[in-house]
Design a protein around this ligand. Sequence first.
Ligand code: UDP
Ligand code: MG
Length: 139
Amino acid sequence: MAGNRTFTMIKPDAVEKGHIGAILEQITASGFRIVAMKLTQMTSRDAEKFYEVHSERPFYGELVEFMSRGPIVAAILEKENAVEDFRTLIGATNPEDAAEGTIRKKYAASVGENAVHGSDSDENAQLEGAFHFAGREMF
Ligand code: UDP
Ligand code: MG
């Protein structure tokens, strides 16, 4: 089953702008089943850990501050080929490069405040899902 799951966050910018409903609608209409979901907020320590792989990058401090500044929707999603198909659905990291109709094209403001997260591998999907959810919160 792990290969059919991915992890997403609707980031603070998209929550602030009231896009939770529209983004969830696009995700479920694209064939993803919601396995786990919650409205939550990361502490700056949580965001540092979640994005540890980027700790040497110049945008790390800004990213941690952004991702912990307000609530997010965290979710585990299931679909055949989930990781790759979800990356296609959200579009490129920079909304200027994102394909028409993708979630980032529609809702992201910049390369930093880009509306949604999507795991980049099956292994990271598993780790990121477990970072936010206990086993009994997955259905
Ligand atoms: N990010 C940023 N500046 C950059 C690249 C990335 O602020 O130049 C932020 C952005 O929020 C992005 C996150 O860091 O979503 C993680 O970067 P990654 O390269 O993993 O992009 P993603 O996998 O989210 O498309
Ligand atoms: Mg990434």
